[in-house]
Design a protein around this ligand. Structure first.
Ligand code: ATP
Ligand code: MG
Length: 264
């Protein structure tokens, strides 16, 4: 088997308990989670609000250190990544958030926003970055001719989210951590963006870590599923197995609460 791109080993993250009487009152938002993500696959992390999905995602992205346990990129623990290896990690692992579109610079046009990571992460010159940005916009269904010069406020939510995806793809990542990337979108646009993400995956051999509370989304996109409850993994397996024969009561409850499935 190939080497995992990312691996979490017994990762725990503690936070101070709000309203706790003493400084030593902590709770584990993520509690002893182990997980591997291999090239080209889609792993979904599901679980109800507050179960620790985003906290796990932030640790995998290196945005937050685990309290205990280790996250490794291609076999090297994140804190040991230096110089070129650290830059490789920063480039190869990209993120799309629910409100990625909203975090675009309101004064920068779409073309420039997508060109920026091309210049920073890939070291391209201005002209080449602009050309590549135009290709990326075309790929996410926003013809550059029509969209590149627009400011973010002149786009719909779904279009802004596509710009966020284009920007994540600009660094030519191996893995995109997508934290509720379609949750803010209307159902029909949601299906469109999911289709786009799957198509880009097929073209580029991308891996996704897809964080969601929506099992319809899991059905549409995931190879494997990890189910979290109060910081722990309570069930994991192939998407088919987990969705067709959930073993844990909690997963059954989640399934029962799932809205209309997203069409393929
Ligand atoms: N920076 C922080 N400081 C203190 N507590 C935090 C912090 N970040 C998250 N938490 C707490 O950790 C728990 C897990 O939060 P997290 O955001 O990971 O959940 P989630 O599964 O992503 O939920 P949602 O589906 O609502 O996005 C929650 O109880 C949350 O309040
Ligand atoms: Mg979250």
């Amino acid at each position: 088997m190939s080497e995992p791109l990312l691996r979490a080993d017994h990762v725990t993250r503690k936070f101070p308990l709000r309203g706790g009487m003493f400084a030593r009152d902590w709770f584990s938002a993520v509690d002893g989670v182990s997980l591997e993500i291999f090239p080209g696959e889609t792993v979904a992390v599901v679980g109800e609000s507050g179960s620790g999905k985003s906290t796990l995602g932030r640790m995998l992205l290196g945005l937050m250190p685990p309290t205990t346990g280790t996250v490794s990129f291609r076999g090297t623990p994140l804190p040991s990544l230096r110089g070129a290896a650290r830059r490789k990690f920063r480039r190869e692992i990209q993120v799309v958030f629910q409100d990625t579109g909203a975090s675009l610079n309101p004064r920068k046009n779409i073309g420039d926003s997508v060109a920026l990571p091309l210049r920073w992460n890939l070291g391209l010159g201005r002209a080449e970055a602009a050309t590549r940005a135009a290709v990326l916009l075309d790929q996410v269904g926003l013809p550059a001719e029509q969209f590149a010069r627009r400011l973010p406020h002149a786009l719909s939510g779904g279009q802004r989210q596509r710009v966020g995806i284009a920007r994540a793809l600009a660094s030519n990542p191996s893995l995109v951590v997508a934290d509720e990337p379609v949750s803010a979108l209307d159902v029909s646009v949601r299906a469109q963006v999911l289709r786009l993400m799957r198509q880009l995956q097929a073209e580029r051999g991308l891996a996704y870590l897809f964080i969601t509370h929506d099992l319809g989304v899991v059905r549409a996109i995931a190879d494997r599923v990890v189910v979290m409850q109060t910081g722990r993994v309570v069930e994991h397996g192939s998407a088919d197995a987990v969705l067709s024969a959930p073993r844990h009561d909690y997963t059954r409850a989640l399934l029962a609460a799932t809205p209309v499935p997203v069409p393929p």
